[in-house]
Write a protein that binds this ligand. Structure first.
Ligand SMILES: [Zn+2]
Length: 319
C-alpha cells in the first residue's frame, strides 16, 4: 500500500446496526457491520466499535489510518462529543462518546450527528456536489437533516441545528417522541406512515397487524387504492414541511434520503405540487432530488469530516 494515500475509518452508530468502513482517499475499501447490542448499553457498544475497527482493516492498513469519524443518532453535543439522550437507544444519557472512542483507538476522532454527517456526505460526494446552498432531509424511522449554507456545514449551538423532524406543523396533531405536538416527524416519518397503515383494514393492508411504511409502498406499486392514498398524503405532508425549510434556508436543491426515499418516484409529483402551491413564490422552482449515497452517506460524511479536521489542525501547526 502507498503511504501517500490517506486512510480513514468511518463508523456509523445506528439503532439497528453498527457499521464501519475503511476508506482510502474517500473511497470505501471494505465495510463490516454488527447488529447493535442495544441492551448491552454503552460498554458493549464501545466493544463493538473496537471490534469493527479490528475487522475492517489489516494490521498493516491500521498502521496507516490517522483519523476516525463516527456518526451517531441525536441529540448529541458534537462540540463536546457527549450524547445527550438517544430516544431510540436507552442508557446513553450524558455518555462521553468522543473521549471513550479516542481512548479505545488512540487516534483523532470526531463525532457528528448522523443526519448532519449524511448531509455532508451528499454535499461532497453525492446529489449535492458543487452547490453552495443545500438541504438534506432523511425520512426514515424519524425525520432529520442537515444544511449547507453559504458553502458551510451548519452546526448551531452544541452542534444541534437542523433537527427538521421537530418543526411543529400541526397544533392539534399527534404527540411526538420529543414531547412536542404535531411535529413534522410525528406526521410524516416512516413510523407515522406505518402507524396509519395499521389502521387500514382493507385491500393490500388487510390482516397486516404489523404493517410498515414498506407495506404501503409495496401496496401502492401494486395499485392498491388505500396505499396510493396514504402515499399521496405522505407526499403532501413532506411537501408542506419542505416548503417551510425552503423559506428558512433558501437552498439551491433539496436532497432526500432515508428509507421512505426509496419511494421517491411515487412521492415526487405530489410533493413538488405542494411546493408549487405552498412555498413562497420565489422558492417554487427549487427541486427535491433523491440521495445518491444510500446508507453510506453518514459513513462517508463522518470520515470526510474527520479528515477535514485533521488537515485543518496540520495547517494551523505549519502556519
Ligand atoms: Zn418532535
Amino acid at each position: 500500500m502507498t503511504k501517500d494515500k490517506r486512510w480513514t475509518i468511518g463508523i456509523d452508530f445506528g439503532g439497528t446496526q453498527v457499521r464501519a468502513a475503511l476508506l482510502c482517499d474517500h473511497q470505501i475499501m471494505r465495510r463490516v457491520a454488527l447488529r447493535t447490542d442495544v441492551p448491552g448499553g454503552p460498554r458493549a457498544i464501545m466493544d463493538q466499535f473496537a471490534k469493527l475497527v479490528d475487522d475492517v482493516c489489516t494490521a498493516d492498513e491500521r498502521a496507516h489510518v490517522d483519523c476516525v469519524g463516527l456518526c451517531s443518532p441525536g441529540p448529541v453535543d458534537t462540540a463536546t462529543g457527549v450524547t445527550l439522550d438517544l430516544p431510540t437507544i436507552p442508557g446513553w444519557k450524558d455518555f462521553p462518546l468522543l473521549q471513550s472512542l479516542h481512548d479505545r483507538l488512540s487516534l483523532p476522532v470526531i463525532v457528528e450527528n448522523d443526519a448532519i454527517a449524511a448531509a455532508y456526505g451528499e454535499w461532497v460526494f453525492g446529489a449535492g456536489k458543487g452547490l453552495r446552498h443545500l438541504i438534506y432531509i432523511t425520512v426514515s424511522t424519524g425525520i432529520g437533516g442537515g444544511a449547507i449554507v453559504d458553502g458551510q456545514l451548519l452546526h448551531g449551538r452544541r452542534g444541534m441545528a437542523t433537527h427538521f423532524g421537530h418543526l411543529q406543523l400541526q397544533p392539534d396533531g399527534p404527540r411526538c417522541g420529543c414531547g412536542g405536538i404535531g411535529c413534522f416527524e410525528s406526521l410524516a416519518s416512516g413510523s407515522a406512515l406505518g402507524e396509519k397503515a395499521r389502521r387500514v383494514k382493507t385491500g393490500h393492508l388487510a390482516g397486516k397487524a404489523h404493517a410498515t411504511a414498506k407495506d404501503v409502498v409495496d401496496g401502492a406499486r401494486l395499485g392498491d387504492t388505500a396505499c396510493k392514498d396514504l402515499i399521496t398524503e405522505e407526499a403532501r405532508l413532506l411537501g408542506r414541511g419542505i416548503a417551510s425549510l425552503l423559506a428558512l434556508f433558501s437552498p439551491e436543491r433539496v436532497v432526500m434520503g432515508g428509507g421512505v426515499s426509496q419511494a421517491f418516484d411515487l412521492l415526487d409529483g405530489e410533493m413538488h405540487d405542494m411546493i408549487k402551491r405552498h412555498a413562497m413564490p420565489v422558492f417554487r422552482d427549487v427541486r427535491i432530488v433523491p440521495a445518491q449515497l444510500a446508507d453510506n452517506a453518514g459513513l462517508l460524511g463522518a470520515a470526510a469530516l474527520a479528515r477535514l479536521k485533521l488537515d485543518q489542525k496540520k495547517t494551523r501547526r505549519s502556519d
